[in-house]
Write a protein that binds this ligand. Structure first.
Ligand SMILES: Cc1cc2nc3c(=O)[nH]c(=O)nc-3n(C[C@H](O)[C@H](O)[C@H](O)COP(=O)(O)OP(=O)(O)OC[C@H]3O[C@@H](n4cnc5c(N)ncnc54)[C@H](O)[C@@H]3O)c2cc1C
Length: 225
């Protein structure tokens, strides 16, 4: 199997869609917008491709369900199959997008949201959809500019926002990795833990939470592979 096939999703229907807007977040990270042609729940994903005969990649929707535009947030993997070419598509250019799917749904409860890198995307949708109240968002990153949408969360006083970085000594930041925070700080074990990011990150976080006594059933993960 060529690695381009790793997200083989079988026969998934893709629709030609024009990019309406692009935000460049720096460091090869972008938000692409296209006109919404479906209804969805915050936390769901779409499959994206550039050609019908190519295997698509999955992207969490980073906008709220009522918005006329859908946003996806991605970072270019320089040796990746899709993202280097996706980043060359300009406003007005066409991409192929599936209908939404997935069940990583936000709740109204006092959940923990745990994200690193582009794994913040579904929580952006949830925050914009009014689901941030009483949440604790533990957000891991390296450089300060890898905390995508940090100001959206920092300015939302209905949630507790904890950016974690071992390389940033700054007020408002936890000076240490996200995993360090989860190992050492107080956690309310009765809550659910929604975790989103790379497979390595999700596995590490899950192991730490289980070690600390969180029920397996309370860990809900969206793995970006
Ligand atoms: C449910 C879900 C939601 C996701 N949501 C997002 C999102 O919101 N934003 C986002 O940016 N990404 C998201 N992803 C990840 C996304 O689908 C792509 O995997 C990512 O954008 C990289 O795609 P690519 O084709 O450019 O790179 P890929 O071709 O997939 O490669 C990624 C990296 O892995 C390496 N690699 C891949 N296969 C092999 C192999 N067999 N051997 C060695 N190295 C290999 C490549 O060299 C590269 O460095 C999500 C994934 C899932 C499953």
């Amino acid at each position: 199997m060529h690695y381009a096939d790793k997200h083989s999703l079988g026969e998934i229907e893709l629709f030609e869609t024009k990019i309406t807007r692009i935000d460049n977040l720096g460091e090869n990270a972008f938000v692409y917008y296209f006109k919404r042609f479906f209804n969805f729940h915050s936390g769901q994903v779409v499959a994206i491709s550039l050609q019908k005969d190519e295997p698509p990649r999955l992207y969490s929707i980073a906008s709220e369900p009522e918005n006329d535009e859908v946003a996806i947030l991605f970072k270019v993997k320089p040796d990746g199959f899709l993202t280097p070419r996706l980043a060359e598509v300009e406003v007005g250019g066409e991409i192929l997008v599936s209908r939404p799917f997935g069940a990583f749904y936000g709740t109204e409860n006092s959940d923990y949201w745990i994200a690193a890198g582009t794994g913040i995307a579904p929580f952006i949708s949830m925050q914009k959809n009014g689901l941030a109240a009483h949440k604790t968002l533990i957000h891991g990153g390296r450089a300060e500019n890898s905390f995508y949408y940090a100001s959206l969360f920092a300015n939302d006083k209905s949630l507790k926002y904890i950016p974690c970085s071992s390389t940033t000594e700054k007020e408002g930041f936890y000076n240490g990795r996200l995993t360090e925070y989860l190992k050492t700080e107080h956690l309310d074990m009765d809550q659910s833990f929604f975790v989103c990011g790379s497979s390595e990150m999700v596995v590490q976080v899950r192991d730490i939470l289980i070690d600390r006594g969180v029920d397996y059933d309370k860990i809900i993960a969206e793995i970006y592979f």
